[in-house]
Write a protein that binds this ligand. Structure first.
Ligand code: KG4
Ligand code: ZN
Length: 358
């Protein structure tokens, strides 16, 4: 089964070709340089850049995969077959989502392939199944899914492929968004996650402590208060107008703040996941999304695993941030389950839901 997949939900333009679980290519063009000077993704610039790059990325993905174009003989398409074309139909930025939608539909029509609109968040979850360039791992169901990205922080129970129930989600900022905003306050580069992580790794013991927004009565998250706590700390250190005056803490204090912030985010994510396991009796956890690349978070989850016996798995680092390979895998699992129906409309606020009929 051969699947061509498109991903343009936010600031990565990515196309891949997956052939019977083997990734023949997974080209990712990142727009980070474009958005860096704004310290965040500018939606209009993102969609234009996707539009400019998508055919180059598609061409690179096909040529890396050694895929020769099909040709028409007597009105019929000949050549290497592609069974399905998958694209992320949401959640994401509306203009950015349209680029994949249009490119995928054109490709599917041309290739006579099935068109599948998949859920980007499910892609982050399934990305765990890649080991190197092969989708050779299998998620052990039932499990708890924790998706931590720039736009989302969600905790699910997953009974099987396409059978998901949301337990909680963020009420304000996503975990990655909090990293990005704190980085901005500290004058660090976008994207904030890797920048904050780098500073924290350089720091000795922090000495600072930020609140853990555990919200014990619910499985929801809230990270905006944590960002405010960092802003208050900087105000105390540098004065009320530190942001307007672009005043920055010393490198040592910056590192200590990054470390304390990272600890608070990681403790919160681990605490709520542990509680979800205890409440449901489920002992297997999959963590996905850009923030899942964070080393301190991974370490804290490993500590939980050693203490509790829970089996906690992460996507490989290269598959944590946005990529088309995870989109292709959603398509592959749907094809295998013959769950190929469902809407093809873009859906900027798409929530994770079970597949039709599941
Ligand atoms: O999953 P992703 O690529 O895009 C979305 O679907 O949003 O996640 C991007 C987010 C950004 O907020 C970025 O700062 C964060 O993931 N991120 C990290 C790390 N790498 C990326 N956060 C913490 N530590 C990291 N190493
Ligand atoms: Zn994502």
């Amino acid at each position: 089964m051969r699947i061509l997949a498109f991903e343009t939900t936010c600031d990565e333009t990515s196309v891949c070709l997956l052939d019977d679980g083997r990734l023949l290519s997974n080209i990712i063009f990142s727009q980070i340089d474009l958005h860096r000077k704004y310290s965040g993704v500018v939606p209009e610039l993102a969609s234009r850049a996707h539009l400019e790059k998508i055919s180059w990325v598609l061409g690179a993905a096909l040529s890396k995969a050694g895929y020769r174009r099909p040709f028409f003989v007597g009105g019929r398409l000949r050549g290497p077959k592609i069974d399905a074309v998958a694209f992320s139909r949401g959640p994401g930025l509306p203009g950015a989502l349209l680029v994949s939608r249009v490119a995928a539909e054109a490709a599917a029509r041309l290739l006579g392939a099935k068109l599948l609109g998949v859920n980007h968040l499910e892609g982050h979850f399934l990305a765990y199944e890649y080991e190197g360039m092969t989708a050779s791992r299998r998620i052990k169901f039932p499990c708890i899914g924790l998706i931590v990205s720039g736009g989302h922080t969600e905790l699910w129970t997953a009974e099987g492929y396409g059978r998901y129930k949301v337990m909680g989600r963020t009420r304000d900022d996503a975990a990655g968004e909090a990293f990005d905003k704190v980085a901005k306050l500290l004058g660090l580069e976008y994207p904030g996650g890797p920048s904050v992580e780098k500073e924290a790794l350089k720091s000795g013991p922090s000495g600072f402590d930020f609140p853990r927004p555990y919200m014990e009565d619910s499985f929801d998250f809230s990270f905006s208060g944590l960002k405010t706590a960092v802003a208050y700390k900087l105000r105390d250190m540098l004065g009320n107008d530190f942001y307007e005056k672009r005043l920055r803490p010393s490198p040592a204090d910056r590192g200590r703040i990054c470390l304390a912030f990272e600890e608070a985010v990681a403790d919160t994510l681990v605490h709520k996941t542990a509680r979800a396991c205890a409440d449901t009796g489920i002992k297997s956890v999959i963590v996905g999304g850009g923030v899942a690349a964070n080393l301190r978070l991974r370490r804290k989850f490993m500590e939980l695993s050693a203490k509790s016996g829970y089996e906690i798995k992460f996507a490989e680092k290269r598959y944590c941030t946005d990529n088309a390979a995870m989109v292709a895998l959603c398509g592959a699992r749907r094809l295998a389950a013959r769950a190929t129906g469902g809407s093809l409309d873009i859906a900027p606020d798409l929530a994770v839901v079970s597949w039709p009929g599941k």
